[in-house]
Design a protein around this ligand. Sequence first.
Ligand code: PA5
Length: 434
Amino acid sequence: MIQFNYSQNLLFSDADMQQHQEEISKVYQQLTTKSGKGNDFLGWLDLPEETDEVLLNQIQSCANRLERQSEIVVVIGIGGSYLGARAVIEALQHSYKGFSPFSDNHAPYVTYAGNNISEDNLCELLEVLDHKDYSLIVISKSGTTTEPAIAFRILKKHCEDKYGKEWAKQRIVAITDKTRGALKQMADANGYETFVIPDDVGGRYSVLTPVGLLPIAVAGFDIRQLIAGARAMRHELLSQTNLNDNIAQQYALIRYLLYQSGKKIELMVAYNPKLAFFIEWYKQLFGESEGKEGKGIFPTGATFSTDLHSLGQYIQEGERHLFETVLSIQQSRFQVPIPEDAENLDKLNYLLGKSIQEINLTAEEGTRMAHVDGKVPNLRLIVPKVDENNLGQLIYFFEFSCALGGYLLDINPFDQPGVEAYKKNMFRLLGKPQ
Ligand code: PA5
């Protein structure tokens, strides 16, 4: 299981934390008895138990079909209808998968569209798709979001022009609401294979529904293990009801206490670039959940050691308003020892025989010491290795902690009223009919 260590948070001892047992127990109760704000959006809480073999088999067989007919699968979606799938896929897939023959599985290359309104980005994708066999997975809970709708209109036409209208239908899968929205209507009218996003699961909590599971299965990863990891974490968090033993309570509470002490920014850090999109997923989950009513920690992220050569100076000596949470991965997948070099002109022979992972973990330790010396509170999630099971645990852990954090701030962690502001302006400027 993943572990959590807050001993280097600099400001609060275990005894300080214990004084807030009642406060955290109250919000834990609200969440687990489904009596808090936004309780009609708590479907994610039980997803790991409720996702049954029938659904998993349907998802897997759809994924197998898409795999057989595609070199590329384009996942069209934005926000919660995009980030979870990409977070897991990028964490697990070969970093250079596009450069076959080095890829480590035969699954299609999964790429993404509809998560921006860049004309260049879309046109470059179309250029690639001219020369490849491909399928589309279009995801939108509301079925009306502008960015994926534009991308889908264009990609659907490309697909129909390339394969013919009837064959194109076999290459398009829609994931949307069970009854509402334009995408549902289009799927029904065209007979696309369709998966449902449950009513009581909001976008950013939906990675363990078909929204995440289908793209992850298409990319060749084990969705049963992902669910198993989430289920194990669910069991852990629901059976350990006290602060002493419940790592989500600990994480939510220490974040809240740090926030109240003026630490307004959380820097989520990984020492592995494969986790960059996991950090993007975390940013959306916490940003959209907590940032409202003039409250909330600003969630941001960094990849070390890369960003130690850019943000490192600020973190060490800039304004003291941030704390760091490290995704500390203990084992790498590959091992490359530092080779001997008789000339030693680069002066690296002192590292002889050490693996890159050992050096990376040492960089992590050295950085932690330096940042703690520089008065940056350090929290640590210790993850044995990056695999489906551990990612499932992390997903459920962060979702649960985020909900607790929202309740500590006394806000509804499951709505996102602020997201509408830019849309209203854009629609007015574009002259969208009312
Ligand atoms: O978390 C959320 O609710 C949002 O980020 C949505 O996922 C995002 O806006 C996309 O919405 P939809 O799935 O309706 O297209």
